[in-house]
Design a protein around this ligand. Structure first.
Ligand SMILES: [Zn+2]
Ligand SMILES: [Zn+2]
Length: 270
C-alpha cells in the first residue's frame, strides 16, 4: 500500500476528542503513517506536543495563527524558542498573514482594529521567522488575501528559512515564485472539489518534489466526505486525485511527497 503523510492537521481540536484513538487508527489503516498537528496558539501548540509525546506517528508544529493575533501576547519569541526545541517539533507555525476577514466586519470593531490586526500579524510572522532562523527550523505559512506582503516578509529570510504555503489555492505563476524562493506548497482536499479546477491546474504545473499533501482537518474534507468532519485518513482520497492529475502512480506520488516532507521537516524521523 502506498504510504502518505498528513502534513497539516489540527488534531488538538475538540472535534477529535470523542474518538481520537479511532481517528489515528483509521489513518494508519489507510496508509497515513505520519501526521503533523499544527498549533494555532501557544495552548494549542502545547497540546500538539502532548499528542506527539503520546503517539509515535504524531509530530507537532508550534506557533500562533494569523487570524487569532489580537489576543496574542506582543512577544512570543521566548515561548517559540522553548517549544521549538522539543525533539518532535518539526517546524514553526502556522504563521503568516490573512486579510480575508477583517475585524471591522463585526460591529464591535472599527478600522483602527483592522490596522492593529494587520500590524500584529506582521509582527508575529516576523517573530516566527526570527526564531525559525535561530533554531534552524522551517515555517508553516498560512496566507490568504495577503500574498504580496507575505512574500516580501519571507524574502529576507529565504536563505535561512523555507516556508510551506499550506492549503495552496493560488495559480501556477504564484507557485513558481514560491519555489524560486526555495519554499514550497501543500495541497488539501480542495483538489477533489468539483469547483477545484484552478487548484488541479496548479497541481498539474507543480513538479513532484515541490509539494506535500495535507488535510487541514477538521476542515476541508475531500469528496466523497465533503461537508463532514475531515480526518487524516482522507489524505488517501486526496492522493488519488493528485496522482490522477499528475499522471503518476500512487507509489511515485508517495515517494515524492514523503521525501519532500522529510527534507522540509528534518526532525520528521524516518
Ligand atoms: Zn491555515
Ligand atoms: Zn491549519
Amino acid at each position: 500500500m502506498a504510504v502518505f503523510y498528513d502534513t497539516h492537521a489540527h488534531l488538538d481540536y475538540p472535534d477529535f476528542a470523542a474518538d481520537f484513538d479511532q481517528v489515528i487508527e483509521r489513518a494508519n489503516t489507510a496508509g497515513i503513517t505520519r501526521m503533523i498537528s499544527i498549533g494555532t496558539d501557544l495552548d494549542s501548540s502545547r497540546r500538539a506536543i502532548q499528542l506527539a509525546e503520546k503517539f509515535p506517528c504524531i509530530y507537532a508544529v508550534v506557533g500562533w495563527h494569523p487570524s487569532d493575533v489580537l489576543r496574542a501576547p506582543n512577544d512570543i519569541r521566548d515561548a517559540l524558542r522553548e517549544l521549538g526545541r522539543h525533539s518532535k517539533v518539526v517546524a514553526l507555525g502556522e504563521t503568516g498573514l490573512d486579510c480575508h476577514r477583517l475585524p471591522s466586519e463585526k460591529p464591535e470593531f472599527t478600522a483602527v482594529d483592522d490596522a492593529q490586526y494587520k500590524t500584529k500579524q506582521a509582527a508575529l510572522f516576523l517573530q516566527h521567522l526570527e526564531v525559525a532562523a535561530e533554531l534552524k527550523l522551517n515555517c508553516v505559512i498560512h496566507q490568504r488575501d495577503a500574498l504580496e506582503d507575505t512574500l516580501s516578509q519571507l524574502q529576507p529570510y529565504a536563505d535561512r528559512v523555507r516556508g510551506v504555503f499550506h492549503c495552496f489555492a493560488n495559480d501556477s505563476a504564484t507557485m513558481k515564485r514560491i519555489v524560486e524562493m526555495n519554499s514550497l506548497v501543500s495541497f488539501t482536499g480542495i483538489a477533489t472539489f468539483k469547483n477545484g479546477q484552478n487548484v488541479r491546474d496548479t497541481i498539474a504545473a507543480t513538479p513532484l518534489g515541490q509539494f506535500m499533501l495535507e488535510t487541514d482537518c477538521p476542515y476541508l474534507a475531500p469528496v466523497p466526505y465533503r461537508g463532514k468532519r475531515c480526518e487524516p485518513a482522507y489524505v488517501k482520497e486526496i492522493s488519488e486525485v493528485v496522482a490522477q492529475v499528475k499522471g503518476c502512480s500512487l507509489e511515485e506520488l508517495s515517494s515524492a511527497t514523503c521525501a519532500t516532507a522529510h527534507t522540509f521537516f528534518p526532525k520528521l524521523n524516518v
